[in-house]
Design a protein around this ligand. Structure first.
Ligand code: NAD
Length: 528
């Protein structure tokens, strides 16, 4: 069976193929640079009105969009599966379900999270000043996602952006344009005002045009290489960017862990979405004394997985999403073999199903020195290495340029939590694996080369607003002591202020009042 056509543009049509059978799923028009520019201009106009809508109105629309998704759940899941090769079951469990939850959370809580906030300003408060922080939408948000979770990732970001009062231009991945188009249709049915969300279609050039269009924020999900290009281009316009990039996520298994659960978690964490998740388990570190037993359990469970077409309800592992990605997996397997690691199961394409299916692969005797233990694989491989001590486990887990997620497995929860805090990753799970992007309430993002900024949670919402400080002075009957009219008395006052302000003590400040009063009298005299 032939593999999927890379960047499949035909006479200005972007053709979406099912990677598993190379059949066309549908096609959309590619947006030109001018189309992108015009979309952003319309978005800017729409923003002027949308930013003034009430939270109640935004909530109503997002909740309506949820109803549309619930009503069209089967069709949406089928489109995701067809474009990407993942089982329909995973489209439902890992995309539709979590994003419905996220929608509800932000529909109901954005107003509360963005409520104006009075900020204590210490001693200045005693001098009649007050400070309030309000949160303003950033404006037009450009969203550029990857193909691996083509529904939940962009949709979650769209919801957070519009709930905060922004308008959005979304460019889906060129491998999943129909899923992106569907996101636009859902909001159209939900009566989102025109141009508050627009979809532009195309590959890297279209994404680059969006970055160059002067949007106010870019939310990017994808590879480190593209992330760096985007950050560079965005810097030319001083556009701020959230970068959600790759991972090389470690799973650390101690001898006291529940090995039955941990081995199932490793198999799911390594092979769900055919290993094409940024938070897939890509490095498995097992305490030496249980390594043989644990490895055997992982291999047995892996062999039982049913690989097949996404639309078969009994498929556990689908196809890869592109030939490019499959080649990286092959290259990594070869590099593992060349450097002395042993393939225990898998290690090749599943020719019976088609070239684009790669068998779930378990690898023994891996070490961090091997190239594929450092580069992101983004495919169904589980390389296993061993460790002897807690410190060694932490060192191995941190020996990477990435830092997206990690997991620690032990029955001693206090040890688990202690180790979790020593691993440099945006999310560290104890006795859990991979799924936490599905939690809309908590921040998502990476350390090191896994990117910067956050999506999800209050922290993610804050990326989509600008805090504005409103400062008010109620004591207009006196001049500010630091105003012009400097003198020896002013210098004495300022020294005293420096000492007392630095102490933070209210009592000492009260002691400062006579000195301040002397200075105010001095200033008043000057004004007479
Ligand atoms: P990619 O970098 O090739 O493409 C991502 C998006 O960027 C696509 O929409 C693409 O069209 C666009 N793009 C490409 N070149 C561009 C340019 N010069 N300017 C603007 N846009 C451009 O990544 P991919 O292959 O689609 O996705 C796989 C990667 O995504 C993996 O590294 C994976 O770990 C990462 N990922 C990260 C997260 C996360 O949350 N951290 C989630 C999912 C995927």
């Amino acid at each position: 069976m032939s593999a999927v056509v890379e960047v499949p543009v035909k006479e200005n049509d972007l053709v979406s193929y099912n990677p598993a059978n190379s059949k066309e799923v549908g096609r959309v028009k590619v947006s030109s640079e001018k189309d992108v520019q015009e979309a952003v201009e319309r978005s800017r106009k729409a923003f002027k009105i949308w930013q003034k809508t009430s939270f109640a109105e935004r909530k109503r629309i997002v909740m309506r969009a949820r109803e549309v998704i619930l009503a069209e759940m089967d069709e949406i899941a089928r489109t995701i599966s067809d474009e990407m090769g993942k089982p329909v079951a995973e489209a439902l469990s890992a995309e539709i379900t979590p994003v419905l939850d996220l929608m509800q959370y932000f529909a109901k809580n954005t107003e509360k999270m963005l409520r104006p906030e009075k900020r204590g300003i210490g001693l200045l408060g005693l001098m009649g000043r007050s400070s309030k922080i309000i949160y303003k939408p950033v404006g037009v948000v450009g969203i550029i996602p990857a193909w691996n979770f083509p529904f939940s990732i962009p949709l979650g970001e769209v919801v957070m952006a519009i709930m905060a009062g922004n308008t959005v231009v979304l460019k889906p991945s060129e491998l999943t344009p129909l899923t992106g188009k569907k996101i636009g249709e859902i909001f159209e049915i939900a009566n989102l005002p025109k141009d508050v969300l627009q979809i532009v279609q195309g590959a890297g050039e279209t994404g680059a045009a969006l970055v160059d269009s002067g949007v106010n924020k870019i939310m990017f999900t994808g590879s480190v290489a593209t992330g760096k290009k985007i950050a560079e281009n965005a810097a030319k316009h001083l556009t701020s960017v959230v970068l959600e990039l790759g991972g090389k996520d470690p799973m650390v298994v101690f001898a006291d862990a529940n090995l039955e659960k941990a081995s199932s978690a490793a198999v799911w964490g390594g092979f769900t979405n055919s290993g094409q998740a940024c938070s897939s388990v890509e490095r498995l570190y097992v305490e030496e004394k249980v390594a043989d037993k644990f490895t055997k359990m992982v291999v047995e469970k892996t062999k039982k997985l049913r690989q097949g077409f996404g639309n078969d309800a009994n498929t556990d592992v689908g196809s890869m999403s592109s030939e490019r990605q499959t080649k990286i997996v092959e290259d990594h397997i070869q590099a593992f073999k060349d450097s002395g690691a042993e393939i225990l199961t898998g290690g090749k394409r599943n020719e019976e199903l088609g070239e684009i299916f790669f068998e779930p692969t378990v690898i023994k005797n891996a070490t961090n020195k091997m190239r594929p233990m450092q580069e992101e694989t983004f495919g169904p491989t589980l390389p296993i290495a061993t460790f002897k001590t807690e410190d060694e486990a932490i060192e191995l887990a941190n020996d990477t340029d990435f830092g997206l997620t990690a997991s620690v497995w032990t029955s001693d929860l206090s040890r688990g939590k202690r180790i979790a805090e020593k691993i440099l990753a945006g999310t560290v799970n104890v006795n859990e694996v991979l799924y936490t992007h599905g939690i809309g309430q908590t921040p998502w993002g990476g350390f090191k080369d896994s990117g910067y900024g956050r999506t999800h949670g209050r922290e993610g919402l804050m990326e989509l607003v600008v805090p504005q400080h409103i400062h008010v002075n109620r004591f207009l009957f006196t001049p500010d002591v630091w105003w012009f009219g400097y003198s020896q008395n002013a210098i004495d006052t300022f020294k005293e202020m420096a000492r007392t302000f630095a102490s933070g003590s209210l009592v000492k400040t009260v002691g400062l009042l006579p000195q301040m009063w002397k200075r105010i009298k001095e200033l008043n005299k000057k004004d007479e």
